[in-house]
Design a protein around this ligand. Structure first.
Ligand code: ATP
Ligand code: MG
Length: 352
């Protein structure tokens, strides 16, 4: 029987509360479909460790993850530690070190969830934001000049490479070909005159290589407006690191709950483990109360099943998520219910 070795990084706050439900779901579908999981948990890779030892993870952290088939992350961050510490001390080293250059964020409006957006009708909105995950606007290149003087300035460079952009575009076009065959590229080549025209050229090249996909491009400002006004029109949306970051949070909000949204950081070549994590953070305001919504972590686990070669098992999990939302009143407080995390997970497992 196939066994998958999974690294768990629960992290901080509700990160530690949403991973056990995801494990219960994985073990249940594994039993049904004939595979198993073995878990190695890196319990103290967190902001607490940073406060104690000055680092989110040990110096050989990546080496300890390297032989795993996938990584499941809860959430990192806490109010007394600046956000950039958890980002640059854990998330970015893993994404870059393991060449996880595709960040995949599916968004669906499920029946039983109220979207704040009128046009976001259940069953109609089903899109995936594909975000470039390792280059673009998030570079360390730049600096501060003349600190404290009247001419003080800051400079930040973006890096778009042909290889880096093309590989994420190829992934997005292939994904679109396997879905509804539509792709939209986020750009701003009217205002940003070097990097994004280059991005547009590479999109056109990839588009020509994928005649089965109908593609177009939109400036990021207009695209953000359309995400709110008519989210059902989108299938796959591909974007640079910064634009993808903004669009995927916007899309998750349109879908009605940050607690449900999943993310995958993929190394499509499978040279290194990929990492799966809910979009939400550590939610310090509700941490420790056992009421966190586990669906974001559970859906992330479904993305992991897909990546590990078990699409039927993944579909069982997303069907169970749809069913628990559509058919029952059992739900966590963020979705208007009174159920605890464990009770909500029990109900989902019954439907699974
Ligand atoms: P971080 O700095 O770790 O990103 P944050 O507070 O900035 O934390 P989130 O942790 O995503 O951002 O929390 C935003 C809001 O959404 C909070 O009010 C939180 O309670 C709520 N929230 C986030 N995830 C969940 C969840 N899984 N279940 C219920 N509520 C959630
Ligand atoms: Mg935050």
């Amino acid at each position: 029987m196939t066994n998958h070795r999974i690294a768990l990084i629960p992290g901080d706050g509700i990160g530690t509360e949403v991973l056990p439900p995801a494990q219960r779901v994985l073990d249940t579908v594994g039993r049904r479909h004939g595979f198993t999981f073995s878990y190695t948990s890196f319990d103290d890779w967190s902001c607490e460790r940073y406060l104690r030892e000055g680092a989110m993870m040990p110096p050989d952290g990546l080496d300890r993850l390297r032989d795993k088939d996938a990584i499941l992350l809860g959430a990192v961050g806490r109010p007394d530690v600046p956000d950039h510490v958890s980002l640059w001390g854990l998330l970015i080293p893993i994404r870059r070190g393991f060449r996880q250059y595709v960040n995949l964020r599916p968004v669906r409006v499920f029946e039983g969830i109220d979207s704040p957006v009128r046009g976001a009708v259940a069953g109609k909105v089903d899109l995936v934001v594909v975000r470039e995950n390792v280059e673009g606007e998030y570079s360390e290149i730049g600096g501060r000049l003349h600190r404290g003087f009247p001419e003080e300035a800051a400079v930040q460079e973006s890096v778009f490479t042909r290889a880096g952009v093309t590989r994420v575009l190829d992934h997005a076009f292939a994904l679109a070909a396997g879905r509804r065959g539509r792709l939209t590229s986020a750009t701003k080549s009217n205002g940003i005159v070097h990097t994004l025209p280059f991005w547009d050229e590479l999109v056109a090249e990839c588009g020509a290589a994928h005649p089965e996909v109908a593609w177009d491009q939109e400036h990021i400002d207009a695209l953000a407006a359309k995400f709110v006004l008519d989210p059902a029109r989108f299938d796959v949306v591909v974007a640079s690191n910064l634009f993808g970051d903004i669009l995927s949070d916007l899309a998750a909000a349109v879908a009605g709950s940050i607690g449900i949204a999943p993310a995958a950081n993929l190394n499509p070549e499978r040279e290194f483990p990929s990492m799966f994590e809910p979009v939400h953070g550590s939610a310090p305001d509700i941490a420790g109360r056992g009421i966190a919504n586990p669906l974001g972590a559970i859906w992330s686990a479904a993305l992991m099943l897909d990546h590990l070669g078990h699409p039927e098992a993944a579909a069982d999990v997303t069907d169970a998520i749809a069913a628990v939302l559509a058919k029952t009143d059992v739900r966590t407080p963020d979705l208007g219910g009174t159920a605890a995390t464990a009770e909500f997970t029990d109900r989902l497992l019954e439907l699974l």
